[in-house]
Design a protein around this ligand. Structure first.
Ligand SMILES: Cc1cc2nc3c(=O)[nH]c(=O)nc-3n(C[C@H](O)[C@H](O)[C@H](O)COP(=O)(O)O)c2cc1C
Length: 392
């Protein structure tokens, strides 16, 4: 019989050795419908798996006998200092994962000296995050059919001093996340099984649902009807708000309303990267939305080199989707990304243990990245070169 290796079964955060262990802990701590929302991808999850496969196809090529005792991972992201080449990605409904999830993530990012991106569909208002989190804050923008929503978000984020706007362009039509839908008998109405399973998570129920009331889309309060304001009600309403008319013409409108740094999140081709550069954007995020939008979509890692070759000298190229290890960060940076965005790893940490869990996720990723730098013979991010990566 084949030797069966055992996955992590503990409950002690300190003994979660990697992001996969944190994911396992998260799976047990939160109700199934919340875990599926966080973890799942669109349709057959070909994109989701492909993101990992793209990292796995690349192998690292170390140089040897280089003194790396003084190595560090401090770097510049959008021409401003960061303690590590990482940004926490925007994720909506964080309050369903953990009470005040947006604030917990933002504070952890501030402590670790990396930027945090707040989602348009956050459950803590952008003003409150600005007031009590500190650190570098970026605001993610979904432009919905009612353009007044985007105008309002941009004006409020500017008034609160958010450093950058991250305009997400790959959700013009909402992704088909079947695993997420399966927990509901009809939109917004949980199945009996979902309800029983939720009752088996009393700690989550007490802190997320009871103590502070059901999480609400606090940025959108003046625009959504009350029934659509909660994360449960909104899961049916929000997808319908997305605007299929979005086009490159909207960038000039955004530029009029937003004077800060502007990133386009959703670029996967050289042509679109060129377009973003020619319109004067400060950066792009090469992403497929963590496999949650288009299924059978190309992996960001597969197109990164050609995009960097075309526009790397003109704007900042960031990458996300599938980063789970320090080796992944090293591969992305070696191929020209300025930084990576982290989506699920910090959410697994949040679900597994709130603030301590997010800290654990960031500690795991930075410790792994530090080790990889040393093993590759690099002392800093700038030492990582395409020569360190070889396609299998
Ligand atoms: C639960 C969840 C919610 C998300 N919500 C948003 C969002 O509100 N806006 C956005 O631009 N991207 C959103 N994303 C995509 C992330 O910003 C990011 O692109 C993706 O998670 C990166 O992949 P990874 O999870 O494999 O790291 C979400 C992702 C997850 C997992």
């Amino acid at each position: 019989m084949a030797w069966q290796r055992r996955s992590f079964r503990g409950t002690n955060l300190a003994r979660a050795l990697n992001v996969a262990d944190l994911r396992e802990l998260a799976r047990r701590r939160i109700p199934r419908f919340v875990f599926e929302y966080v973890d799942g991808g669109a349709e057959d999850e070909v994109t989701l798996r492909g993101n990992r496969a793209a990292f796995d196809r690349l192998r690292l090529l170390p140089r040897t006998l280089i003194d790396t005792a003084a190595r560090h991972q401090r770097t510049q992201i959008l021409a401003t200092a960061a303690q590590a080449p990482m940004v926490i990605a925007p994720t909506g409904f964080n309050g369903m994962v953990y009470t005040q999830g947006d604030l917990v993530l933002a504070r952890a990012a501030a402590r670790w000296g990396i930027p945090f991106t707040l989602s348009t569909v956050s459950t803590v208002p952008l003003e409150e995050v600005a007031k009590s989190a500190g650190g570098r804050l970026w605001m993610q923008l979904y432009v919905m059919k009612d353009r007044a929503i985007a105008r309002d978000i941009m004006q409020r984020a500017a008034a609160c001093g958010y450093e950058a706007l991250v305009f997400t362009t790959d959700a013009n039509v909402f992704g088909n996340r079947e695993w997420d839908q399966r927990g509901y008998r009809s939109p917004g109405k949980p199945t009996l099984q979902t309800m029983f399973n939720t009752l088996r998570h009393p700690r989550w129920l007490a802190s997320v649902m009871v103590r502070n009331g059901m999480p609400r889309f606090r940025n959108l309060e003046s625009f959504l009807p009350p029934a659509a304001m909660t994360a449960l009600g909104g899961s049916t309403v929000i997808p319908k708000l997305f605007d299929a008319t979005l086009s490159w013409d909207d960038i000039s409108w955004i530029r009029q309303l937003w004077r800060g740094k502007l990133l386009i999140k959703g670029v996967l081709t050289v042509a679109d990267a060129e377009r973003a550069a020619s319109l004067g954007c400060d950066g792009i995020v090469v992403t497929n939305h963590g496999g949650r939008q288009l299924d059978s979509c190309v992996a960001p890692m597969d197109v990164l080199p050609e995009i960097v070759a075309a526009v790397g000298g003109r704007l900042a190229v960031l990458l996300d989707s599938g980063v789970r290890r320090g080796t992944d960060i090293a591969k992305a940076l070696a191929l020209g990304a300025q930084a990576v965005m982290i989506g699920r790893p910090t959410l697994y940490g949040l679900a597994a243990g709130g603030e301590a869990g997010v800290e654990r996720a960031l500690s795991i990723l930075t410790t792994e990245f530090d080790r990889v730098l040393g093993q590759l013979g690099c002392n800093q991010v700038a030492d990582l070169k395409p020569e360190h990566v070889r396609r299998r």
